[in-house]
Design a protein around this ligand. Structure first.
Ligand SMILES: *Cc1c(COP(=O)(O)O)cnc(C)c1O
Length: 364
């Protein structure tokens, strides 16, 4: 290694799911919403003019912060917005995890946590989830440098009750507890109500899943004004203008349409419950998802084999070749039609396998 190479920051990056883009694909691999954003977003997009882009955007994204403050009944000094919740979470790691004591998150969770901890040289430990993929709350007691919990968790889809989250916060008054609620709108109970009681709680959410705006990159954090001020100090020491103008304008429109948001999340939940029945009938088992995906294993066919067979049909799901979860597929809940294509194909494939026949194509 040359001298300068020794001084390069070594990073092992997060690997996002593949992003295929062609007609006819069934994309159920990165937990996007199958429905378009709210009509107000489409209207504002049409009305936007290129001339608006010649000026810098509002560095505080005030319009978007105000809309979120009103929606969630919080002060505007209790909200921080960023370029997707990945940006908000990375900024939070940098801001709040500066202790020599380890930060704690589960062994099976969003794999970006480990990537950021390594990048920022934050010590961490990863206690194992139990056999049902639930948190053992006692693992989070004691002297910690910080806590990060995805609730519901990814990729397991398991949601902890609010009392488990509160118990962990109560046992950790000496560090910041981050609850990553990327999937909370699909049936979980948010820790937001605990913000009044705990000034060391940071709740992080995203527009990428329940608000159908993965392409826009908007995430936000809710917390005490002290936490939010600390986040802003770090953000303004890094890049003043993180949120671009279209994101501020279109994101605000998305927040304003409460009815559309409720209707589309309901639809996803309805499709998920139907998909659970169909998958169970095919010999799959899974935790009781409270997210927009199902984390399923088959009773006899290896997950890697099912993943490859589906991929050949241009049906994309996610497979993690990792300890404890290498027999599971993470299947995003799409439209009813997409889920029917998925389960129809699985039905034909699985019965052919069970009878020892080769089976490839739906149209055979
Ligand atoms: C999708 C996801 C995120 C990141 O979402 P953004 O698109 O960056 O807002 C964060 N945490 C979890 C657990 C996720 O699944």
């Amino acid at each position: 290694m040359t001298a300068w190479e020794e001084n390069v920051r070594k990073a092992v990056p997060y690997v996002p799911g593949e992003q295929p883009r062609f007609d006819g694909m069934i994309k159920l691999n990165t937990n996007e919403n199958p429905y378009p954003p709210a009509p107000g977003v489409q209207k504002a997009l049409r009305e936007m003019e290129a001339g608006q882009l010649k000026l810098y955007p509002d560095p505080g994204a005030g319009m978007l912060v105000d809309a979120l403050a009103e929606y969630y009944q919080l002060g505007r000094d209790q909200i921080f917005v960023g370029v997707g919740s990945d940006d908000v979470l990375a900024m939070s790691f940098l801001t709040f995890f500066n202790s020599a004591k380890p930060v704690v998150f589960p062994d099976i969770t969003y794999s970006f946590y480990e990537v950021w901890a390594s990048l920022f040289r934050i010590p961490f430990r990863t206690p194992a989830l139990d056999e049902e993929f639930h948190i053992r709350k006692e693992d989070y007691y004691g002297e910690n440098g910080g806590i990060v919990i995805a609730n519901p968790n990814a990729p397991t889809s398991v949601c902890e009750g609010i009392e488990v989250i509160e118990d962990i916060i109560r046992h950790n008054p000496g560090c910041v507890v981050i609850v990553d609620e990327a999937y909370i709108d699909f049936g979980g109970v948010s820790a937001r109500s605990l913000l009044e009681t705990y000034d060391n709680l940071l709740v992080v959410q995203t527009f990428s899943k329940s608000r159908s705006l993965a392409g826009l990159r908007i995430g936000f954090a809710m917390g005490s004004s002290k936490l939010i001020a600390a986040l802003n100090n770090v953000k303004y020491s890094f890049n003043s203008y993180t949120m671009n103008l279209p994101s501020i304008i279109l994101g605000t429109e998305a927040v304003k349409d409460r009815e559309y948001f409720i209707e589309t999340t309901r639809r996803v939940i309805r499709t998920r419950e139907e998909a659970k029945r169909a998958l169970r009938a095919l010999g799959f088992t899974f935790p009781d998802s409270r997210t927009n995906f199902i984390f399923a294993r088959h009773e006899s066919i290896p997950a890697a084999q099912l993943f490859a067979a589906l991929r050949k049909q241009n049906i994309f799901v996610r497979y993690f070749d990792k300890p404890r979860i290498d027999q599971y597929l993470r299947i995003t809940v799409g439209t009813d039609e997409q889920m029917k294509k998925l389960t129809d194909y699985l039905k034909a494939y699985i019965s052919a396998q069970t009878e020892g026949r080769e089976y490839e194509n739906l149209s055979d």
